[in-house]
Design a protein around this ligand. Sequence first.
Ligand code: F6P
Length: 343
Amino acid sequence: MQDLENCLNHDKASAELKSVVTTLIDVTKEIAFAVRQGALAGVLGSAQVENVQGETQKKLDVIANDLLKSALSENSCVRALASEEEEHVVALHQSGKYIVAFDPLDGSSNIDINGQIGTIFTIYPALENVAADSPAQFFQLGKNQLCAGYVLYGASTLLVLTSGGPTRCFTLDPHSNEWVLTNAQLQVPQNTQEFSINMANQRFWSDNFKRYVADLLLGETGVRGKRFNMRWNAAMVGDVHRVLTRGGIFMYPNDNRNPRQPAKLRLLYEANPMALLIENAGGKACSEAMNKIQRILEITPESLHQRVSVVLGSANEVDICNTYLFKRDQQAEPVLIENDEAY
Ligand code: F6P
């Protein structure tokens, strides 16, 4: 904890903010333990209920949500919480200075296959003139986040956190059960040759997006003049962690599978925290909506479980992707970035 406390002090986090961060990450140790136990603790498989998003909840989704909710309820600094697994805002302490949003277990489809999963969280200041149980508490721009992070339950248990300063990585020491700082400043390389997308959705993308990915696939024989590799974890935490570690571009674009729901990822507890972590590590994070490309951190939320398209990662590659998306109805001419070098 010493390392983490030093980092939060360095970023000038208040005592109350530190207590909320501590509450959150202490719970993730319990979740990590349940994940490690797996079938031995009977936590795998479905809970046989649907969440607000119409997705069948896994037992671990429910366990992680209940653990976080109950720990945060006991912290008087928390005014309200929002969770992927809760339809409505949960009001907590009227005098609390902060609101917390989280995805208790991201990448649930990986639970039963022993793949990467994680908890994503974000903390905002509570709004004084808004009721604690109002969703409007959470309709703040992503750039107002005071702290954002995720815990990745992988081969090691990792905490990646930013609280205004750099994006840092801590590893959970299995002997002491303490977080140890293992990377004081993650830095996303500007250029990349690795992309991350669910290619099975290709036929549902816009023509411009199809063109961008087609040029990646052409490799050294195409306009990009270099070969790209592809990776897809089906858990945003795993994919974003790879991007933070060695660069890359992660994309979940709009598609036309369901016209009422063109995007998949949730703004509040997926896109915004990841965007802050990526930007504070030197990368970029954008979203495309209504012929406009926006910095994710500047999107005004309109509903608690709002979904947005996401393109994030190595800054030059995000810029190149955006040049394809920019002219939605025309044959977009990719503007190549001068220092788009193979690495
Ligand atoms: O939003 C949940 C999530 O599991 C993300 O973590 C991940 O990036 C995405 O959905 C995977 O989507 P798909 O099942 O379409 O590959």
